[in-house]
Design a protein around this ligand. Structure first.
Ligand SMILES: NC(=O)c1ccc[n+]([C@@H]2O[C@H](COP(=O)([O-])OP(=O)(O)OC[C@H]3O[C@@H](n4cnc5c(N)ncnc54)[C@H](OP(=O)(O)O)[C@@H]3O)[C@@H](O)[C@H]2O)c1
Length: 408
């Protein structure tokens, strides 16, 4: 039997307003917003002033409020809101991937301690139903990998840069105006945002807690005109790809730009759309595509979580108990092309297997197989652009435990 939930909403920006709209347009979800807490007292609001408060206690201490919907852009304040809400016996819905990725294990423990759920479908790839599918549908197939386009604003920027030959800054400004970009755009273009999402996805795919600082993130901010030219001449596009793969008893995962062939289904995922490709031992590959950012798409994912709470849904984190112990590792090889201006910033000796290189327009391009940690080192250099090859795959550095492989 469904109950009518009273919601206390934190944040009334892009996603908060999106939720307000989709909640009022969707009939059948038994929930209503009682109070909205925001920050800036001088901002004018598009709905009645009586909804708003500037004191978090007006929501957190209100026994009539069943669910706190946390949609603010401050990860530290958000974690305090989530923690206090659970302590006060309230369920939580949030879309704050930074906060979640940084506190996943604590939030998992807090849910058990207070016996109240935290749902966060909107935090990973906006409107695409990723987490509940991983929890429910994929609870009985051995998942081998998850990969895809996890960030709407960088995909929008790359699409505009490739298809309309817009310059990078102009495309970023447009993504911000359309509400796809994070308040701090470096979270997107330096690939922190998709890294946070990957961290959350790794938990629900493989049952492994990983700290976001352990996941390598290489952004699109150093992609130069020569890289775009290289891609166009070879019939490729470039996408920012998040990927994680389980091999033996290890999970490898990172985010980096990658050259993508026109025949790859990810090549046709354009603008703010995201894509998630799952590979199971038996189901094999499945691709989900949908809007990964924006007011209404993210609002609809948040609404779906609220609706799930009306029938007492909670994540069971089934993979944590199902999986034999697996560990996160960066000890792997991938294939990459590095480009840089000038002399010997990167040398062929630094590759594990050097495939060749060329010079053009004052730039050097070097291609080969390289350790993930080396990619991290190169990507920290503002002069170096790192892009994975079209055929790059994760190869463990250590020999794989054969017994574990038979279950991979
Ligand atoms: N935008 C997207 O497409 C998208 C997609 C998926 C997930 N998300 C996540 O959703 C969350 C919200 O994003 P957004 O794009 O909606 O942000 P936004 O448009 O910048 O809005 C942020 C809202 O949070 C309020 N706020 C900030 N600090 C607060 C505090 N301490 N107490 C109360 N309210 C506070 C702001 O209040 P004022 O109105 O007074 O300034 C504003 O209403 C973020 O975690 C983001 O990562 C966003």
């Amino acid at each position: 039997m469904k109950k009518k939930l009273k919601l206390g909403l934190f944040g009334f920006g892009c996603v908060g307003q999106g939720l307000y709209h989709v909640l009022h347009e969707t009939h059948g979800v038994k929930a209503e917003i009682k109070k909205i807490c925001v920050k800036n007292q001088s901002k004018s609001r598009p709905i009645a002033d009586s909804f708003f408060t500037y004191k978090k206690e007006d929501i957190l201490n209100d026994a009539d409020i069943d669910v706190v919907v946390e949609l603010i852009d401050d990860a530290n304040a958000a974690f305090e809101i989530v923690k206090t809400s659970l302590e006060h016996g309230k369920a939580v819905v949030t879309a704050n991937k930074k906060m979640l990725a940084e506190h996943l294990e604590e939030i998992y423990e807090l849910q058990k301690k207070h016996n109240r759920p935290v749902l966060y479908e909107g935090s990973v790839c906006g409107s695409i139903p990723v987490l509940r599918n991983l929890e429910e549908y994929y609870d009985n197939d051995l998942l081998q990998s998850i990969e895809g386009i996890f960030n709407g604003s960088t995909n929008y920027i790359l699409t505009k840069v490739f298809e309309e030959r817009k310059n990078y800054d102009e495309a970023l400004k447009q993504a911000q105006e359309l509400g796809f970009a994070e308040s701090d755009p470096s979270l997107d273009v330096k690939a922190f945002d998709p890294k946070y999402k990957l961290t959350i996805a790794i938990l629900h795919t493989f049952g492994v807690f990983v700290k976001p600082e352990d996941v390598i993130n290489i952004g699109i901010d150093k992609i130069a005109e020569v890289d775009l030219k290289y891609a166009r001449e070879n019939g490729y596009t470039i996408k920012l790809i998040a990927q994680a793969r389980k091999i033996g008893d290890k999970v490898y995962g990172f985010v980096a730009p990658q050259y993508i062939e026109a025949t790859n289904p990810l090549a046709s995922v354009r603008n703010e759309y995201n894509a998630v490709q799952l590979e199971g031992a038996f189901a094999e590959k499945q691709l989900f595509v949908g809007k990964g950012a924006g007011s209404y798409p993210t609002g609809s994912a948040v609404l779906s979580d609220i609706s799930a709470l009306t029938y007492d849904y909670s994540y069971e984190y089934k993979k944590i108990s199902q999986e034999r112990q697996v560990f996160f590792s960066n000890d792997a090889l991938v294939e990459a092309v590095v480009s840089f201006k000038g002399e010997d910033i990167v040398t062929s000796k630094e590759f594990e297997k050097f495939e060749g290189g060329y010079r053009g327009n004052g730039y050097q391009f070097l291609r080969g197989t390289v350790k993930l940690e080396k990619l991290r080192e190169w990507s920290a250099n503002p002069e170096v652009s790192v892009i994975l090859t079209t055929t790059s795959k994760i190869t463990p550095l250590q020999p794989v435990d054969k017994k574990a492989l038979s279950f991979a």
